[in-house]
Write a protein that binds this ligand. Structure first.
Ligand code: PLP
Length: 385
């Protein structure tokens, strides 16, 4: 085999060649500053606005509801910051125990600064506890921030229902849709969501570019303060080439959404069934929940996920144990812990995440290597069944 088998697309994706092509002229040819008064800059502004329209189309939003940011993390921080800054008498936030650190660690920071946070539980399949969420709403709840789909397990949350609950209580709603956008259809016209985060590098555009959707007429206070870019909502000279790339990536994602839900899903399901069939004592995390079509999180009893990754790495197979951010620590993932995954399974969990660039050969390669890897590790394990 002379190439990587890349099954870590929830960590990051390859930039689509069409996206790169679209970006290239914006480095050396059309390098004007979109804020400049001359036509050379103003033409770039027009292209940014065209990209904004493409992003809006993908999620059923209006172009003026889209601001470009540096990525998912900034969008998540900004949404929560703005909800608190526009409602200074409200000091309470509701989120879940399984959010990405971009939300969780920002909430922990806010707790140290006088805010209160409710972290809602999930069940063993990763489904959010909706009654607990509703019961947690207080007079001073500023925002409910719940992810659209989980990055580790792919479990999809009922965001439309969560938004209804929030609106019944007059509370703002933000969703981190970084993993959901481009993989499942999202239509904000159908939902009462106030803010939504997107990250470019999860949908085949470059790293370091993202979007925050801000519902029209929502009161908003910027997180990054400075110039008047992005209609005064996000300061800093625009990352022009990446914005153009993200626009193209959104256009491609819209065309590709059926493929994600048929062909990509088939590959994921084939890997899932194959691994469960060939290797005993496995557990598919989130198996009974609605999941993203591209994500498989699977645990192998009595083995160490990091050790599996090392062996896979030797075979040039790229996967991840939990989220990329937890790699390097031997603590089981906070998501699997919240799902009360038994310890002897939680430690041996691997996430395989697909994209449109994966093939059946990739699946066959993993199915050919994994049984021997798990057997070897189980033979070495001090824990035997
Ligand atoms: N939210 C989720 C669910 C993610 O998976 C990630 C990235 O892994 C982020 C936020 C952070 O996005 P970015 O890397 O663009 O800051």
């Amino acid at each position: 085999m002379n190439r990587e088998v890349y099954l870590d697309n929830n960590a990051t994706t390859k930039v689509a060649p069409e996206v790169l092509q679209e970006m290239l002229p914006y480095f050396c040819e059309y390098y004007g500053n979109p804020s400049s008064a001359h036509n050379f800059g103003a033409n770039v502004r027009k292209r940014i606005d065209a990209a904004r329209e493409k992003v809006a189309q993908l999620i059923g939003a209006l172009p003026e509801e889209i601001i470009f940011t540096s990525g998912g993390t900034e969008s998540d921080n900004t949404a929560i910051h703005s909800a608190l800054a526009t409602q200074p008498n409200k000091k309470h936030i509701i989120t879940s125990k399984v959010e990405h650190p971009a939300v969780l660690n920002y909430c922990k920071y806010l707790e140290k600064n006088g805010y209160k946070v409710s972290y809602i539980n999930v069940d063993e399949d990763g489904n959010i506890d909706l009654p607990e969420l509703e019961n947690s709403i207080r007079q001073d709840t500023a925002i409910i921030s719940i992810m659209y789909a989980n990055n580790e397990t792919g479990v999809i949350f009922p965001i439309k229902r969560i938004a209804e609950i929030a609106k019944n209580h007059g509370v703002l709603v933000h969703t981190d849709a970084v993993q959901a956008v481009g993989k499942i259809p999202i239509n904000l016209k159908d939902m009462q969501i106030d803010m939504l985060s997107i990250s470019g590098h999860k949908i085949h555009s470059p790293k370091g570019i993202g979007v925050l959707y801000i519902r029209k007429n929502l009161k908003f206070k910027p997180f990054i303060i400075g110039g008047h870019q992005e209609n005064g909502l996000r300061a800093g000279t625009e990352n022009v080439a990446s914005i153009i790339g993200l626009g193209k990536a959104c256009e491609l994602a819209l065309k590709n959404i059926d493929y994600e839900n048929t062909k990509v899903r088939e590959l994921r399901d084939k890997l899932e069934c194959g691994l469960v069939e060939k290797i005993k004592l496995t557990k598919v995390n989130g198996k009974n929940a609605e999941r993203l079509p591209n994500t498989l999180n699977i645990s192998f009893k009595n083995v160490e996920g990091e050790a599996i990754l090392l062996y896979l790495n030797e075979k040039r197979i790229c996967a991840s144990s939990g989220s990329a951010c937890t790699t390097g620590s031997l603590e089981p993932s906070h998501v699997l812990m919240a799902m009360k995954t038994p310890f002897e399974y939680a430690h041996g969990s691997i996430r395989f995440s697909f994209s449109k660039y994966n093939t059946i050969e990739d699946v066959d390669c993993v199915l050919a290597e994994m049984p021997a890897i798990i057997e070897k590790l189980r033979n070495l394990s001090p824990f035997q069944d």
